[in-house]
Design a protein. Structure first.
Length: 105
């Protein structure tokens, strides 16, 4: 189980909300020793998520970080597409390996 990063979980789940004082939500008080924090939820667009929901959202995304850093760069992928009109066998194999090495939950 991944550690909850509340702000990242909220951004993933509700990308249209704004973070910051006098915005939709923000971190009011953080204890760096425990990692716990208090939040101000200032929006009626969505109900404030529970810790359980945040953990579920975080767990659902945990496979993405290793994939993001392992994929060939977007530039390399686009270059391959431009020159060959489709992914080369080599590029397709690189992408498949990243997906096989980092499966979705």
């Amino acid at each position: 189980m991944a550690i909850i990063n509340k702000r990242k979980a909220i951004i993933w789940k509700y990308p249209d909300l704004e973070h910051g004082e006098d915005k939709d939500y923000y971190e009011v008080n953080r204890n760096d020793d425990t990692g716990k924090s208090e939040w101000s939820w200032n929006t009626s667009k969505y109900p404030e998520p529970s810790e359980k929901e945040l953990q579920e959202w975080t767990d659902a995304q945990v496979h993405l970080a290793p994939r993001r850093i392992s994929y060939p760069s977007i530039g390399d992928q686009l270059d391959d597409l431009y020159h060959k009109g489709t992914f080369s066998t080599e590029m397709a194999a690189k992408i498949k390996k990243v997906k096989d090495d980092n499966p979705k939950g």
